[in-house]
Design a protein around this ligand. Structure first.
Ligand code: CMC
Length: 427
């Protein structure tokens, strides 16, 4: 373990700080005693250069566009495993050993997907037209009152029950928050359907539990649709210490119920700089309307007197192509080839935007590439998922990650409350 020396040029004093070797990526300097030793604290707004915790859950190599969950590349996970397998990997550290274990875990989640009737009633208090994200964060917070026992967790089984419960119920909560927002009655989960299919079922079914009926019979949920959404969930499952995960950890550090910390994470995710960008990407594609308007639009993005940004582009950590975006773009092309009807106009505009941006000096100099949110909305639209549900879909995908992160945080020995300093410039 090396050290780094900080020299105060005003006084000539020297202070040594320990360097921490990470298993991957750059070293970190341990500044936890910086203030104690020097009476100086560090200033890093937005925490661009600050690690707030140790973690073994996911790793991002921003230079080479690589993302690992528990050491495994997302490309392998998305190809070979179901989302529920990946959820198990994140919350237990292990993938299912075989197909039986995989199915058992999926089935356990389906059985846990029912909501307490009192929780269902909460939705009726929200107005029609309310954004599903607002309904969702309130409902997740309310979940803590229904499962208050998770506030104090003892053994690993308690942690696993807490995590499995919310991973299971989040699909029902998202479907209910949407159905409520458009004024249609709630439908109960159907445990005969897999975790992902059940979610599509809860979105699409009529209140009598039947799917759309036409002269050719009752509609089916296509395996290809289930597979596509499954992969989208996997690609969102965890992502290091992003804004919402950091929020979850910060709130959990005060000792609150883990579901209230996750509810705070949902609110953080809603912002357009974070997960809310997937909804905004679609708004921008609509606004552009035609490929012939792309150049004009890009000129506006580059105009420094205008705060306007190209949504679905850029990332704090990735300074190369986001591997999630690459996988989602590939998935979009694959689904189109297999006959899932994409919105060709949106697809064409998005691809033109990417082509223009990637060849433009403004984007090249700043290493701005498409991120996970750029193409996901085109697939979600093809799956008939309403735009207001794009960010809630991100919530479902991220839930195993938040659970794993909250568990890791609470279990950290001698965990301290998050309490940064400030550079005071007031009177
Ligand atoms: N469009 C135009 N310019 C941009 C964009 C963009 N999307 N993103 C960054 N820039 C410019 C920015 O103006 C700045 O330029 P300059 O150096 O001239 O001031 C430079 O690039 C660096 O930007 P920054 O704001 O310092 O970067 P950041 O790391 O603080 O922000 C970001 C990262 C994701 C918030 C930002 O890229 C952004 O606002 N993107 C659009 C929103 C978006 O797609 N968010 C989803 C992120 S991925 C999903 C998730 O995990 O949340």
């Amino acid at each position: 373990m090396g050290t780094i020396t900080l020299i105060n040029n005003e006084t000539g004093e020297k202070f040594d700080f320990e360097l921490i070797e990470c298993t991957r990526g750059p070293k970190a300097v341990n500044f936890s005693k910086l203030f104690e030793k020097t009476n100086i604290f560090s200033y890093d707004p937005g925490y661009s250069s600050t690690a707030g915790c140790e973690s073994t859950i996911s790793y991002i190599d921003g230079k080479n566009g690589q993302l690992l969950y528990r050491g495994l590349p997302i490309e392998e996970l998305v190809e070979k495993y179901k989302f529920t397998d990946v959820a198990k990997l994140l919350i237990t550290g292990e993938l299912p050993k075989d197909d039986i274990q995989s199915q058992e875990f999926d089935l356990e989640l389906r059985h846990r997907s029912f909501l307490h009737e009192g929780l269902i009633n909460i939705f009726s208090a929200f107005p029609d037209g309310g954004h599903p994200m607002a309904n969702l964060s309130s409902a997740v917070s309310a979940l803590s009152t229904f499962y208050f026992d998770h506030k104090e967790m003892g053994d690993e089984d308690d942690y696993q029950t807490m995590a499995r419960r919310i991973i299971a119920k989040i699909t029902t909560l998202v479907a209910s928050s949407y159905r409520n927002s458009v004024g249609i009655p709630f439908v109960y989960p159907d445990v005969s359907r897999s975790y992902v299919e059940n979610f599509l079922y809860m979105l699409r079914a009529y209140p009598n539990g039947r799917l759309k009926y036409s002269l050719s019979g009752e509609e089916e949920i296509l395996p290809l649709e289930v597979e596509a959404l499954d992969k989208i969930f996997t690609l969102h499952a965890d992502h290091g210490q992003n804004a919402s995960t950091t929020t979850v950890r910060n709130v959990a550090s005060t000792g609150v119920h883990p579901y209230t910390a996750i509810s705070a994470g949902i609110n953080a995710l809603w912002g357009p700089s974070h997960g809310g960008a997937n909804e905004k990407v679609l708004d921008q594609l609509r606004e552009i309307g035609d490929v012939k308007n792309v150049d004009k639009f890009i000129a506006r993005v580059k105009d420094k007197s205008d705060p306007f940004r190209l949504m679905g582009f850029g990332h704090r950590v990735y300074k190369s192509y986001d591997p999630r975006a690459k996988a989602i773009k590939g998935l979009k092309d694959e689904l189109a080839k297999k006959g899932i009807k994409m919105n060709d106009r949106f697809s064409e505009i998005a691809e033109k935007l990417e082509e223009v941006a990637l060849n433009d000096d403004y984007f090249k100099e700043r290493n701005l590439y498409p991120n996970v949110d750029f193409y996901s909305g085109i697939i979600l639209t093809a799956l008939r998922i309403p735009v207001s549900l794009f960010t809630p879909i991100f919530v479902i995908g991220r839930m195993p990650g938040w659970c794993a992160q909250v568990m890791e945080h609470i279990k950290t020995p001698n965990i301290r409350i998050t309490r940064p300093r400030q550079v005071y410039l007031g009177k």
